[in-house]
Design a protein around this ligand. Structure first.
Ligand code: NAD
Length: 444
């Protein structure tokens, strides 16, 4: 399930054809390997706002070297701009003044982060100016090239210390396929984050439950959460028992085989997590299916089944785990939505409805959860798995190229995003939907 086009563009004949025909030329994205530093290079910081005094200290805690002084001839791995001090539309020009001179001095796969204040917490011109940051960052994301990513992080006043896990994720190769995203921290008045501690094993001593864990994205989520220190309990349908057991044995995890749509599934899952593990810290609703058909050809059985697996089961399971207090304080719930749930897609009325429903669940629960428990979702774009291998060749080829990185993502890109949500230091990150789509040209 590799990207044959990308491999071809890196061959000598491929390079020649790409150059002469003006074909898309995907950059080989840097990805994180255990033992690597979070940031391989210098971070240049700029802007003036609430974070002016904190930024260097925060970056230092992540082991990242930073400077506020640009030197001619120097290359930078990342740029972080504190835009929280922008209170009028006129001041937006400070973005151009900081970024333009340095954009040609970036290393491959650079990272750009702009930090602002959630506009919904502001009024008048200040609100308009902070909202403008979204258009700026999303456009820069489409311009930056060479595997670069650009994000906007809105941090509510008083939550500056809660930025750490988010900066660590967005500055590192862990966010290889995440770009053009807007993250909100502390926007719901969440509890303050716990300290980051050992960022290489933030989930040590924690229990993570992952559905659909026998293969594809779910398998990778299980592996990454295990790498971060968690004991993983994987679930899949009985037909996938052999693969599930193999994966879970490899990572020293536990498993449960059942269909999440079974009537008693929520109770069985709750009992298993409570009795065998004393509760759960991270719940990832990854299991999902597509049964694509244009609506004119759809049947109630197929339409209903997709909704049942992708959104009704996660809702019922979450409700049961919360009602029985199986989710520990500072716990994490993560939904797996899809770009289709945001932009819609031909043949996917049921799938897109189910995935938009997942986003609705996140919106609703983010406002209600207590004890530092958060809920967020990822919305993957084109991720290379068995699910997308079933997509017809031409559609698959186009689907893979229609993003700012001209390539499909890997299951690990989704898994790393979930691991960031799962970190105990991500308490302020609640109610977010982050697309893992290489900044797809379709949709928001
Ligand atoms: N691959 C992509 O490009 C992509 C894009 C957007 C969203 N997603 C979402 O990511 C998730 C994982 O996708 P994937 O590509 O790894 O798919 P996949 O088909 O490879 O894996 C899905 C897993 O869910 C399990 N599952 C399905 N129905 C179940 C049920 N009723 N009970 C228990 N387990 C069940 C399957 O057995 C399988 O192991 C899904 O929710 C999918 O909708 C994938």
């Amino acid at each position: 399930m590799s990207d044959k086009y990308q491999a071809f563009t890196q061959s000598s004949i491929g390079k020649l054809l790409v150059k002469n025909l003006g074909l898309p030329q995907p950059t080989k994205l840097e990805r994180y390997t255990a033992g690597d530093p979070l940031v391989k290079g210098t971070v240049l910081t700029g802007g003036r706002g609430r974070l002016a005094d904190d930024l260097a200290g925060l970056l230092d805690q992540l082991g990242a070297a930073s400077t506020t002084a640009r030197t001619d001839g120097e290359k930078y791995k990342a740029l972080v701009f504190d835009a929280t001090g922008i209170t009028s539309l006129k001041q937006l020009v400070t973005l151009q003044e900081f970024f333009t001179p340095v954009l040609r001095s970036l290393e491959t796969c650079p990272r750009v982060i702009v930090i602002g204040t959630p506009p919904e917490l502001l009024k008048g011109s200040e609100r308009a100016a902070q909202r403008a940051l979204e258009g700026f960052t999303r456009s820069l994301g489409k311009e930056i090239g060479r595997g670069g990513t650009v994000q906007l992080v809105y941090v509510a006043e008083g939550y500056e210390d809660s930025l750490l896990s988010t900066l660590g994720f967005l500055l590192s190769p862990k966010s290889a396929y995440v770009s053009g995203q807007v993250v909100r921290i502390g926007a719901h008045g969440e509890e303050k984050a716990t300290a980051l501690g050992d960022w290489t094993r933030p989930l040590a001593g924690k229990v993570a439950f992952v559905t659909g864990a026998s293969r594809g994205i779910g398998e990778e989520i299980a592996r990454v959460l295990h790498r971060d220190g968690a004991t993983v309990v994987g679930l899949d349908v009985p037909q996938a028992a052999d693969d599930l057991q193999r994966v879970m044995k490899e990572i020293g995890g536990d498993w449960l085989t059942l269909d999440i749509t079974a009537k008693d599934a929520p109770q069985r899952i709750a009992a298993h997590l409570k009795e065998k593990h004393g509760g759960v810290d991270v719940v990832v609703h990854n299991a999902g299916v597509t049964m694509d058909k244009k609506l004119a050809n759809q049947t109630p059985e197929r339409f209903g089944k997709v909704l049942e697996i992708n959104v009704e089961a996660p809702e019922r399971i979450t409700a049961e785990l919360l009602a029985q207090k199986v989710v520990n304080p500072n716990g994490r719930i993560v939904g797996v939505a899809s770009i289709a749930g945001i932009a819609g897609n031909v043949g996917q009325t049921s799938y897109a409805a189910s995935k938009a429903g997942v986003i609705g669940l996140v919106d609703s629960l983010a406002e209600e959860l207590e004890d530092g428990i958060t809920i967020n979702a990822v919305a993957p774009g084109f991720i290379i798995t068995q699910m997308t291998a079933a997509v017809p060749f031409a559609t698959r080829e186009v689907g893979q190229r229609l993003n700012a990185m001209s390539q499909g993502g890997l299951p690990v890109d989704v898994a790393e995003t979930i691991a960031w949500y799962a970190s105990p230091a991500s308490t302020g990150v609640n109610g977010n939907v982050v697309r893992v789509c290489g900044q797809m040209m379709l949709g928001a």
